[in-house]
Design a protein around this ligand. Structure first.
Ligand SMILES: NC(=O)c1ccc[n+]([C@@H]2O[C@H](COP(=O)([O-])OP(=O)(O)OC[C@H]3O[C@@H](n4cnc5c(N)ncnc54)[C@H](O)[C@@H]3O)[C@@H](O)[C@H]2O)c1
Length: 312
């Protein structure tokens, strides 16, 4: 039975993943390379839980119990001592991940399941030198990981079916919506769909078809509004496949087919205009605007989660 979860890497994703488990009664050990990062993670987790309390998604008691479930441990050996399930959430640098795997494989029991939160690496590449490929999976959470329900699960060709089944069950037990990626493919499912849409969004912006604000509104108030409950395949069925056949035949030839990042993005990156983190991207941001926007975003996601819990 899976009770003890070790999360390696307490950054953006590690802190969100830790909360999801701790709020559902699992004992979580969060590991990082410095006490300073672990202290920051503690502050972030407490602040996220405060927002959840404000939105009446959890009680003060649930917060206190969850915090008691989280241990911050800098010593990797101690962090892995009781571990049933490990989630690696360190930076997206293959050599760093390999180095970590070769260290941990000597420290874990033969039953421990090892998951990576990688967003880009194929599992065959990740497990290339690992002795634990039969017990390895990718569990790809989405930011903010304590609020977005989706977890994409990818198995290695050597991953045992029982390991996959346990991983799916574990994700469901913390209220997540796991989906299985059956073939090795770059971008998995959700980032492929998202990139396809964003390529077209930047094409429309570049062509001057609409303002950036209006393009965003065309998604959030239109298809995006529906997508929280009805996926594109069901939408095709509901709209009528004959109708969608005509939509594809008429519109698909006109869609952007670029195979690299949009020019607008390339030009802004070259000027170090990286978006919210540098104060300017497509839009301008003051420091307070960013934190207010993130806070508003999190509150909206918490409310959406409450509605989605009733989703059949
Ligand atoms: N940020 C996102 O939106 C997002 C979404 C999905 C998946 N991911 C993936 O999740 C993983 C983590 O991304 P992130 O955004 O949380 O990164 P991050 O930079 O915010 O956090 C990574 C943390 O790992 C720590 N770390 C580095 N080496 C370590 C080691 N050997 N042992 C223990 N800790 C170590 C760092 O100190 C840092 O605190 C990456 O693989 C990334 O591709 C990120």
């Amino acid at each position: 039975m899976i009770r003890n979860i070790t999360i390696i890497g307490s950054g953006v994703m590690g802190t969100g993943i830790a909360q999801s488990f701790a709020l559902n009664g699992y004992r979580v050990t969060l590991n990082d390379i410095s006490q300073e990062y672990l202290a920051k993670a503690d502050i972030r987790i407490q602040a996220d839980m405060e927002t959840m309390i404000d939105e009446e998604s959890i009680s003060l008691l649930q917060k206190e119990q969850a915090l008691q479930n989280i241990k911050y441990e800098i010593d990797i050996e101690k962090a892995l001592e009781l571990s049933d399930f490990i989630i690696e959430a360190i930076p997206e640098v293959l050599e760093m991940k390999w180095k970590l795997y070769s260290k941990i494989e000597k420290l874990i029991s033969k039953d421990t399941i090892i998951a990576s939160n990688t967003s880009t690496f194929p599992i065959s590449r990740l497990a290339e030198n690992a002795s634990f490929a039969n017990r390895m999976v990718i569990t790809h959470f989405f930011n903010p990981a304590h609020l977005v329900p989706l977890v994409e699960i990818v198995k290695h060709e050597k991953t045992e079916e029982s390991i996959l089944a346990k991983t799916i069950e574990l994700m469901r037990s913390i209220g997540k919506k796991p989906v299985v990626v059956k073939k090795e493919i770059s971008g998995f499912i959700a980032n492929r769909l998202q990139t396809a849409l964003m390529r077209e969004a930047f094409y429309l912006l570049n062509e001057g078809v609409a303002s950036a604000e209006d393009i965003d509104t065309a998604v959030t108030a239109g298809p995006g509004f529906r997508w929280a409950f009805t996926g594109p395949i069901e939408i095709a069925d509901f709209g009528g496949l004959d109708t969608w056949q005509r939509v594809f035949d008429n519109v698909a030839p006109e869609l952007d087919k670029a195979v690299s990042a949009p020019n607008i993005i390339k030009a802004l990156v070259a000027q170090n205009k990286l978006g919210a983190k540098s104060g300017e991207g497509i839009f301008h941001y003051g420091e307070e605007t960013v934190s207010n926007k993130l806070n508003d975003r999190d509150r909206s996601y918490i409310q959406l989660n409450q509605i989605k819990k009733k989703d059949r």
